[in-house]
Design a protein around this ligand. Structure first.
Ligand code: 6PG
Length: 241
């Protein structure tokens, strides 16, 4: 637990850099899926700070997204736009290394197109496709316990084959594109960034032994990877010890 959002962002940036450097040392590249929403802003700004960003060989970084709103990339709600403004415009990452979800397309087409991009990047020719193994997936969590755009009680949570789904989110009256649990749970590292008192109940549900198993955030548990929760004091207020 970190005392405040600023320290949470700094810690998340340090973990990002450490995982990136390790992946680049081992495999010559680092593939990350970025989170959307507002919480990660601080982390991306910390990463963009030159004293930090110089620690990463950005030409070897490949950036994807965990989910996207079905809007064009220049709209304020776009997760791509948020990451571009806070991070990608401030580091020397080659354009070809940025693999955004095309929120401007019809939802189903956006999902199919993104899955094809994942397959092209992660699956060697002639090899049977398996869920992409990201070096790092950053996730936020909604006050209802959703992760990426996997919302409680939705069919997307049951998806076992597709890596990407288009999901109409009733409560938001919006379409979203999201990675599915097979991909989230194939990652080498997943880091949840959770900040603010409005997340305290969902965080308790997600982490407490008696928490609800239907909570999407609780269903993220990499089979062969590390799961780290970076939370601030307000979000952790209901956690015992
Ligand atoms: C999105 C995110 C979503 C987000 C949570 C938390 O597209 O909005 O992917 O899953 O992480 O809703 O959002 P905040 O960080 O804004 O609280």
């Amino acid at each position: 637990m970190l005392p405040d959002p600023g320290r949470l962002a700094a810690a998340a940036a340090q973990h990002f850099i450490a995982i990136a450097r390790r992946a680049i040392r081992k495999r010559g590249r680092f593939a990350a899926a970025l989170a959307g929403g507002s919480t990660p802003r601080g982390t991306y700004q910390a990463l963009a700070d030159s004293r930090q960003s110089e620690a990463v060989e950005w030409s070897r970084v490949q950036v994807f997204w965990g989910d996207e709103r079905c809007v064009p990339p220049d709209r304020p709600e776009s997760n791509y736009r948020m990451a571009r403004e806070t991070l990608l415009d401030h580091v020397p990452i080659p354009t070809d290394n940025v693999h955004r979800i095309q929120g401007e397309l019809a939802p189903e087409r956006a999902a199919v197109s993104y899955q094809a991009a994942l397959r092209e990047f992660f699956t060697a020719p002639g090899i049977a496709p398996r869920p992409p193994r990201f070096d790092l997936i950053l996730l936020g969590m909604g006050a209802d316990g959703h992760a990426a755009s996997l919302f409680p009680g939705t069919r997307a949570l049951q998806e076992e084959k597709r890596w990407v789904v288009a999901q109409y989110v009733e409560k938001l009256d919006r379409w979203r594109i999201s990675l599915t649990l097979p991909v989230l749970n194939a990652a080498a590292n997943v880091i949840f960034l959770v900040s603010g008192s409005e997340k305290a109940e969902a965080l308790r549900e997600a982490l407490a032994p008696d928490g609800s198993p239907e909570l999407p955030a609780r269903m993220v548990n990499p089979a062969n990877g590390e799961l780290l929760w970076l939370v601030d004091a307000e979000a952790a207020a209901l956690l015992r010890d």
